[in-house]
Design a binder for this molecule. Structure first.
Ligand SMILES: *Cc1c(COP(=O)(O)O)cnc(C)c1O
Length: 653
């Protein structure tokens, strides 16, 4: 272990002191906290046992005390044990996410509070589809929505009418789908109100205007409609409700809705080329069609705002409605952050000109980095405060992007990524909860009037709103407890996020030395400055001009850095992942800059089967990448290993 340690230190004594707390956060690379986890699991398993025993202890024993002596009992136990051992043995081939030698995909060790809460809740098996099957954990899920809303800068006070609302999903994919679903419901509802002929509600003058309201104007209209219904007589209410229901897009389907409103086109979804493929899935699932997803080019791996502007101008000219513009906070492949503030600004300007659309932040990866930008009271930290202790993070652009999340319409955050929680925990959060009534299967007026339920009560039938039906209450318990133990601000959860940023900054510094170390054998660069903790490395053997040759070289390197079920795990030194750079994502100048630095001829891109450049990708979320206790940096060790492999492969070619 000859790694030289020069990683950046936490900024001050308080932070250094608080870092010790992180020692208790995870099971740890060597499972150092095994007794802690074991104690918790056993303690709460016993608790569950006593809970069962205290429910009608007068009932006779259904399983007799001699049952365990019966041969069939023993045979079953033996069979179960055999299968469990086979499973346990097979699982030894799993990916060692917990190890600081794993910097591949978006996974790491699990936070103990979440893991313990999930294990402890499992035997109660709550189903968060409704409070009838989850009297405890449904409420925790609604509170998780509020915790995340606060982290993002949305209103998190349920007594306010415009409070945010969030719920968990199986992952970011379904959260993104839910965003599309809500945005479409919100967009099409004013058109249905017009079609039903309700004049009392101050409706827009034509279908185009109704379909193009600012999202907040659409929400206000949904709210007015609910109030209007609540004060109507029961007979009137029923009549109008059924009239409107028949005009809604959810009832008619896309085909009949757009046939009835022939002057409206199926709306587009605008997302950057770097967007996750869940957006394509979502467009297909919603029936919009993959063709309605318009991919915006990037500049420096961030949405090209001029291109967004030009696209919106074109849409306005062609009377082409836009459902949503997606901005990504932490792209899946490159960890870059889109200018959310500029997208929000475009929404305001185009809504005034009659082209309303919602803005969604896909923060499935980067969402928890927002903890670094929050004070304990929930307020936004100024740039200088956030920057304290980092070399270049956050750039003013990243700070402005995070500061603007509060003005977006909805967001996706994955607790099972940078929240260090077990799969599957994604989350969807909308800024203003009043339009969620449009997603319910039941009557929407019940949320208004004298007897309207309060916020918490309203959402206890989660199954009415979410895309899924039955869902694990244990997952909600895990996320809730984690956010209670580590509140989502810079002084608590943010300590974890800060470590990942420091690791990324150290990676960048160390990459420069690596580049010098392998000079003459290969050229290496970080293709763009990382905005977060996901960093890429592009490589090319010295003297080579061909993209196909460079790709073959990086693929061979990556083969040694990926899981290989036919080989013992212990043989592996490090894990990293690979991705590609597409010309569309880089833009003209990006391609020239990167290919020049690598000594590659961009004209040879077409020689590669996919027309892309293969690069290495690293997610630096493991909390033990920089081990101060022993003065070891796994990032340094990784680069030493990589340099060795590059030399071996380079001389072989
Ligand atoms: C991971 C990711 C998704 C998809 O989330 P899953 O939890 O894998 O369904 C969507 N968007 C971004 C930006 C992501 O990083």
């Amino acid at each position: 272990m000859a790694a030289t340690l020069s990683p950046p230190e936490p900024s001050n004594d308080l932070d250094r002191e608080r870092q010790r707390m992180l020692d208790a956060c995870f099971l740890g690379p060597y499972a150092q906290n095994d007794t802690l986890l074991e104690k918790l699991v056993v303690e709460f398993l016993r608790d569950h046992v006593y809970w069962r025993r205290n429910f009608h202890p007068e009932d006779p024993l259904a399983i007799s005390t001699t049952a365990a002596l019966h041969p069939d009992y023993l045979a079953f136990e033996a069979k179960m044990r055999r299968e469990l051992h086979l499973l346990s043995a097979a699982l030894k081939k799993s990916v060692p996410f917990h190890s600081p030698r794993y910097i591949g995909h978006m996974a790491s060790d699990l936070l103990l509070p979440g893991l313990a809460a999930q294990i402890l809740t499992l035997p109660y098996n709550p189903n968060n589809v409704t409070e009838d099957t989850a009297p405890v954990t449904v409420e925790l899920e609604i509170k998780v929505g509020l915790q995340l809303a606060r982290m993002l800068g949305y209103v998190d006070d349920p007594t306010r009418p415009d409070c945010a609302f969030g719920h968990l999903t199986s992952g970011g994919t379904v959260a993104n789908y839910q965003a599309l679903r809500l945005a479409l419901a919100q967009k099409a509802f004013p058109v249905a109100l017009r079609a039903a002929g309700i004049d009392e509600l101050e409706l827009p003058e034509d279908d185009w205007a109704a379909f193009n309201l600012h999202p907040q104007a659409a929400i206000a209209l949904v709210d007015r409609w609910g109030r209007w219904l609540a004060q109507a007589t029961p007979t009137e209410r029923k009549r109008w409700q059924s009239k409107v229901a028949k005009e809604r897009i959810e009832h008619l389907g896309l085909v009949d809705f757009f046939a009835l409103h022939a002057d409206l086109k199926v709306p587009k979804v605008l997302a950057p080329v770097t967007a996750h493929y869940s957006w394509s899935k979502g467009c297909k699932l919603l029936g919009l069609g993959r063709g309605q997803l318009e991919q915006l080019p990037e500049r420096g791996m961030r949405i090209d705002i001029d291109a967004l502007e030009a696209t919106l101008e074109r849409c306005l000219r062609d009377r082409q409605p836009v459902l949503m513009a997606v901005a990504v906070l932490g792209t899946t492949e490159y960890g870059t952050v889109d200018p959310i503030d500029a997208v929000v600004d475009a929404r305001e300007r185009f809504a005034r000109r009659g082209l309303g659309f919602s803005v969604h932040v896909d923060a499935a990866w980067g969402g928890y980095l927002a903890t670094l930008f929050r004070n304990e009271d929930g307020s936004l930290r100024p740039l200088e405060d956030v920057a304290c202790g980092f070399q270049t993070f956050p750039t003013p652009e990243v700070h402005a992007a995070v500061a603007a999340i509060g003005s977006t319409d909805s967001a996706t955050v994955d607790p099972h990524k940078l929240g260090y929680l077990p799969y599957g925990s994604g989350a969807f959060i909308c800024r203003d909860h009043r339009a969620t009534a449009l997603l319910t299967e039941a009557a929407d007026y019940v949320f208004h009037g004298e007897s309207a339920p309060d916020y918490m009560t309203r959402y206890r039938s989660l199954g009415q709103i979410i895309p899924e039906g039955s869902k694990p209450g244990a997952a909600a318990a895990a996320v809730y407890v984690t956010h209670r133990v580590l509140p989502l601000d810079h002084a608590n959860f943010g300590l974890l996020s800060a470590q990942t940023i420091r690791a990324a900054e150290h990676f960048r510094t160390r990459a420069q030395r690596f580049t010098r170390d392998i000079a003459g054998v290969a050229q290496a660069i970080m293709p763009f400055d990382p905005d977060s903790n996901l960093v890429c490395l592009a490589l090319n053997p010295a003297g080579n001009r061909s993209v196909a040759v460079a790709n073959a070289f990086v693929r061979r390197l990556h083969d040694e850095l990926r899981i290989d079920p036919s080989h013992p795990l212990q043989d592996k030194e490090f894990f990293a992942s690979a991705t590609t750079l597409k010309p569309e994502a880089l833009g003209e100048e990006g391609i020239l800059r990167i290919f020049d630095a690598l000594g590659l001829d961009a004209a040879t891109l077409d020689d590669d089967r996919d027309g892309k450049l293969v690069i290495l990708r690293h997610t630096l979320m493991n909390p033990y990448l920089i081990d101060r206790e022993n003065g070891i940096s796994y990032i340094d060790l990784y680069f030493e290993y990589l340099a060795k492999r590059v030399r071996a492969l380079g001389h072989a070619t």
